[in-house]
Design a protein around this ligand. Structure first.
Ligand SMILES: N[C@H](CCC[C@H](N)C(=O)O)C(=O)O
Length: 276
């Protein structure tokens, strides 16, 4: 019996299964990630987050999987959730959470929200990555009728497209087409955004390996950076997603700060071998 105990958490409805991998337990296969991620036959999640022992001087390491079994380099909303757990465990209000994309400084604020330094926005074509060495400020994606994308890597790849009304975009149709475009060798998370004011942006997201989610922290960071690069907003704004609002700031040193809430839904156990 390959039993696991997990926490079900979310950041603005972007939902996670959190496993403490520092405890002895079964190794999960790609099939296991897909089975647990099934919204009917499993638990269902947008990302599966595994806490591991730190490897590089941080307080813990977080590994990120999508429900299609692929591994991701960043998960902003998930970072807040895991950081909240680790800060409570250690009795600290500030920790370093290691990810494959670097160590992220996470702080709990007086109002209970968590602020994460998501690291530097990477803006070169090779860093996104893109298949062609083009200006990332205006990237033509074949089959995209909504105008050029501004591409940003926040530890994971994002393509941001600004439109008059993000709510009018047929996201479930256009999302998968753009996610898997040949211009993205590692695929990409796709964001449609409408700038309503210098500090007010509305966005929706089609996530790589997950589909439409209610929120995407790294995506909100990418949207703010893209809006500022295009001169559409300032370097700090409230970003409204389907599930709620995140405050994002692109610091002069290039790092991006993301602030938002954390929620625990329930605790559970499951036997991986009984999932079909
Ligand atoms: N929901 C996450 C993003 C997951 C990104 C993942 N879909 C990828 O493959 O990069 C967030 O809050 O940043």
């Amino acid at each position: 019996m390959r039993q696991i105990a997990f926490l079900k958490m979310n950041g603005l409805g972007n939902d996670f299964v959190v496993l403490d991998g520092r405890e002895p337990g079964p190794a999960l296969s790609e099939r296991d990630y897909r089975a647990v991620g099934d919204r009917r036959r499993g638990v269902g999640y947008d990302q599966f987050l595994t806490i591991e022992a730190p490897k590089n001087g941080g307080d813990a390491f977080m590994r990120i999987h999508n429900p299609d079994g692929s591994e991701a380099g960043a998960c902003g909303n998930g970072t807040r959730c895991v950081a909240d757990l680790v800060m409570a465990e250690l009795g600290k209000d500030r920790i370093g959470l290691e990810t494959v994309a670097g160590t992220l400084i996470c702080e709990r604020l007086d109002d209970g929200r968590v602020r994460v330094d998501m690291g530097p926005a990477r803006l070169d074509a090779a860093e996104i990555p893109l298949a062609e060495s083009v200006d990332t400020l205006n990237v033509e994606i074949p089959g995209n009728p909504y105008g050029p994308a501004c591409c940003v890597n926040m530890g994971n790849p994002h393509a941001v497209i600004f439109v008059e009304d993000a709510d009018a975009i047929p996201l479930s149709e256009i999302g998968p087409k753009l996610e898997t475009s040949d211009i993205f060798p590692d695929r990409a998370n796709i964001e449609f955004a409408t700038v309503r004011g210098p500090e007010d942006i509305r966005m929706r997201v089609w996530e790589r390996g997950a589909g439409i989610t209610e929120a995407c922290g790294s995506g909100a960071c990418a949207v703010l950076v893209a809006a500022a690069r295009r001169g559409l907003s300032g370097r700090k704004a409230d970003v409204e997603l389907d599930g709620g609002t995140l405050t994002i700031e692109w610091r002069e040193d290039g790092h991006v700060l993301m602030t938002g809430p954390v929620a625990l839904s329930f605790k559970g156990t499951l036997d991986l071998d009984t999932l079909t």
